[in-house]
Design a protein around this ligand. Structure first.
Ligand code: KG4
Ligand code: ZN
Length: 342
């Protein structure tokens, strides 16, 4: 099985070819990701209209390059899979319509893929993970814990009631005058900071509810930052370190609840695993916290390579293969329209 995947739901234009032959491990034959970061940097965040136009300009060439890199001719591709939601609707329209056009012209099936399903199934592409497992998705747009039970069989156990975690990093960076995207810059500044200088809140910690919340933490950061005028580099570093410590602590509380719930829900699971995905999974302090938590609770910690944790089209092609294999390719086909809040 060879599937061409297309991803355009946010600010990455991506195309990839993934192959699965017999019992062998799946192979990523090509994986091209064009980031639009520079086009949005001046605005401090992704501008939907700019993103959609940039996708239109780039996608043809990216698809062509992904096919050329893979060494597979379009005629030998079994299906075209494209992200159909959730995401920015302009980008979704560009990606899905391009995929439909290619599929129609080449006489191939079209598989509309949910972006979150792409993230959820990536650990089966990289680590051949068996169902069920737990997924922590922490990106600029999503903060969720999912119980992944099978292809198309997901239970959302937690979500954010306000900001996504990556968004909290980006807003914190903006308040402190650090460049976009904020996450990597906050992490870098935190390295030389004192994490105990500011006692920031740990939102939801100890709550019987399972959800996340980050807006209170953001407000606390703003209050700390505006109380000091002007901010020195050391002040910025201390705020970043204290913010990151609060985030790690809050995450650990929420995730440990989910690990316990997983044990209760799936008592027969031999090797329970926690998978992380999303750009925030790049953060070393957060990764270390999650790794420790897994060790303490007898879970395997799975962190796919960063390139496959952040937005990419290999995960979309792979989700297409999983759906083809399960006979689910017809479920969301040519009639499917982009759904920004899918
Ligand atoms: O998954 P991703 O590349 O794109 C989507 O949002 O879908 O995630 C981007 C988010 C941004 O908010 C960025 O600031 C955050 O991930 N991020 C980080 C780090 N690297 C990226 N947050 C914390 N620490 C990092 N090292
Ligand atoms: Zn994503």
């Amino acid at each position: 099985m060879r599937v061409l995947g297309i991803e355009t739901s946010c600010d990455e234009t991506a195309a990839s070819v993934v192959a699965l032959e017999g019992d062998a491990a799946p192979k990523i034959l090509s994986n091209i990701v064009l980031s639009q970061i520079e086009e949005h940097a001046a605005f401090g965040g992704v501008v939907p209209e700019i993103a959609a136009r940039a996708h239109v300009e780039a996608l043809d060439g990216i698809v062509e390059a992904a096919l050329a890199d893979s060494g597979v001719a379009l005629a030998d591709i079994d299906a075209i899979a494209a992200t159909a939601g959730p995401g920015l609707v302009g980008g979704l329209i560009v990606g899905l319509m391009t995929a439909k056009a290619i599929a129609a012209a080449a006489g191939k099936p079209l598989i509309a893929v949910n972006h979150l399903e792409g993230h959820a199934l990536t650990a089966r592409l990289t680590d051949s993970l068996e169902f069920p497992y737990l997924l922590l998705l922490v990106s600029g747009g999503h903060t969720q814990i999912l119980a992944v039970r099978g292809v198309g069989d997901y239970q959302r156990w937690a979500t954010t009631i306000d900001d996504a975690l990556g968004e909290a990093f980006d807003k914190t960076a903006k308040m402190l005058g650090l460049p976009y995207p904020g996450g990597p810059n906050v992490e870098k500044a935190a390295l030389s900071g004192n994490a105990s200088r500011f006692a920031f809140p740990r939102p939801m910690k100890g709550s019987a509810q399972s959800d996340f919340s980050f807006s209170g933490l953001k407000t606390a950061v703003r209050q700390a930052a505006t109380a000091i005028e002007p901010l020195s580099d050391q002040d910025v570093a201390d705020i970043c370190a204290s913010f990151q410590a609060a985030v790690a602590d809050a995450l650990a509380d929420r995730v440990s609840r989910a690990l316990a719930r997983f044990r209760k829900t799936f008592p027969g699971t031999k090797n329970p695993a926690l998978v992380v995905a999303g750009g925030v999974a790049a953060n070393r302090a957060i990764k270390a916290t999650l790794e420790r938590l897994c060790t303490e609770n007898g879970f395997t910690f799975v962190a796919p390579p960063l390139k496959l944790c952040t937005d990419n089209a290999a995960m979309i092609a792979w989700a297409g293969i999983e759906r083809l294999r399960e006979g689910m390719a017809q479920e969301n086909g040519f009639d499917f329209v982009p759904r920004s809040r899918w």
